[in-house]
Design a protein around this ligand. Structure first.
Ligand code: UDP
Length: 311
């Protein structure tokens, strides 16, 4: 069996490539490296069945030979990346999704779309079930990501309904683990690098906004199970353990044994006030739920960041 992973050199994409290789699949890893990094896959280069191609998925894409599954993970994925690359973010979620779907159709492959909890925007329903339609500001700075992913979901369902393509949609909630980019601006890499360097911890707003953080291994297992299942409708995968960002910052400071002080800064525009996945569907349909407790996952991630900060 052979899979194409777009965004395969990114944080989640590289873990997914690893998972597939572990299952005995051949993997074509495609990335334009604007936020992905060859370091994330250097240990896979030379592994039997693994190929890397540097391609922008918003251009015409071609893969020779059979492809049985397409995993579309290419996209900038952190708020500062959308601000720096708003057009690329919109393009990869629209043109890129279209190209990846077209390739899946030509190959008769099953297609899995990496969607996001951001489709729920700043949610009025809590926790978020898949049936919630969301509260997204289309013209705000995060709109480029949120609307591109919403468009992707619509496009995926159109290919499913109109062309009969086998499709799956995962709505990914906040995830952390080794290979997150140190400077991607997200809470975990920011807090860990600040704590390790003894710098002030930059909490945005008063830190009362909530998130629910899932360890990457749990997330990838859920995605694998979804891709193997018959579930066509969007499925939340994430960890329902919700906490405030202030609590999260305090946990990181405690685990690193850092002397860093928590400082407060303006909240970014449209920053969601609360977020927690309802995972009853993933439990029911996939028999999946996260297993790694936060502190255990954070310790593994901390070892990674210690090496990265030291470089
Ligand atoms: N955040 C923060 N300090 C930082 C980076 C992020 O307080 O240095 C906050 C951010 O405003 C948000 C939460 O942490 O409320 C999670 O942010 P992240 O960018 O990790 O993910 P997302 O907002 O996409 O869930």
């Amino acid at each position: 069996m052979r899979a194409l992973v777009t965004g395969g050199a990114g944080f989640l994409g590289s873990h997914l490539c690893e998972k597939l290789l572990g299952k005995g699949w051949e993997v074509v890893c495609m990335d334009n490296l604007i936020t992905g990094d060859l370091k994330n896959i250097e240990h896979l280069v030379g592994v039997d069945g693994f190929t890397f191609v540097k391609v922008d998925v918003t251009d015409f894409i071609h893969v020779a030979g059979d492809v049985h599954r397409v995993f579309h993970f290419a996209s900038p994925a952190s708020p500062i990346d959308y601000l720096k690359m708003p057009i690329q973010t919109l393009k990869v979620g629209s043109l890129g999704t279209h190209k990846a779907l077209g390739l899946a159709r030509a190959k008769g492959a099953r297609f899995l779309m990496a969607s996001t909890s951001e489709v729920y925007g700043d949610p009025h329903e809590h926790p978020q079930r898949e049936t919630y339609w969301g509260n997204v500001n289309p013209v705000g700075p995060r709109g480029v990501y949120d609307e591109a992913k919403r468009f992707s979901e619509a496009m995926v369902m159109a290919y499913h309904r109109f062309h009969g393509l086998e499709t799956r949609i995962v709505r990914i909630f906040n995830t952390y683990g080794p290979r997150m980019r140190l400077n991607d601006g997200r809470a975990l890499p920011a807090f860990m690098s600040q704590a390790l360097r003894g710098d002030d911890i930059t909490v945005f707003g008063d830190g009362s906004q909530t998130r629910s953080f899932c360890f990457v291994d749990d997330l990838i297992e859920g995605i694998w199970r979804l891709s193997d299942s018959d579930e066509v409708e969007p499925t939340n995968i994430g960890n329902p353990h919700e906490m405030t960002i202030k609590e999260f910052a305090e946990t990181v400071v405690r685990l690193t044994g850092s002397q860093s002080k928590i400082t407060y800064h303006p909240l970014p525009t449209d920053d969601p006030k609360q977020r927690r996945p309802d995972i009853s569907k993933a439990k029911r349909v996939l028999g999946w739920e996260p297993k790694v407790p936060l502190e255990e996952g954070l310790r593994v991630t901390l070892e990674y960041f210690k090496k990265t900060v030291a470089v």
